[in-house]
Design a protein. Structure first.
Length: 114
């Protein structure tokens, strides 16, 4: 009988430990942690910008909402028109409207060498 009690106590303690571990893990990845806020803070948390007049396809694809097709369209537009005078001019690229520009704006600049 002593063994049964011991088993129950160990099972209860193990269950409680499991619950505490789960709660700790949940708190660790919770959106309230500074890490999660840092990853999603815009635009104050931005640490880099892409020059749309010089970026290659891989760098353009790092931008939100820009995949391989739009990256190639941006490069083609830039080659045909001699670059972008302003960041907003990127809306002239087929597939990039005002909504996409609003998402991109904090991340892009349009600077030229000259």
């Amino acid at each position: 009988m002593g063994t049964g009690k011991s088993w129950r106590h160990r099972a209860a303690a193990g269950g409680l430990t499991g619950i505490l571990v789960c709660l700790a893990l949940t708190r660790t990845v919770s959106p309230q942690t500074p890490f999660a806020l840092t990853q999603h803070t815009e635009p104050a948390g931005i640490r880099w910008q892409v020059n749309i007049n010089e970026a290659d396809a891989a760098h353009l694809e790092d931008l939100p909402g820009i995949g391989p097709v739009l990256a190639e369209r941006i490069i083609a537009y830039r080659e045909i028109h001699g670059g972008f005078d302003t960041a907003h001019e990127i809306t002239a690229v087929s597939g990039i409207g005002e909504d996409t520009f609003q998402e991109l704006e904090p991340y892009i600049i349009a600077e030229s060498d000259s």
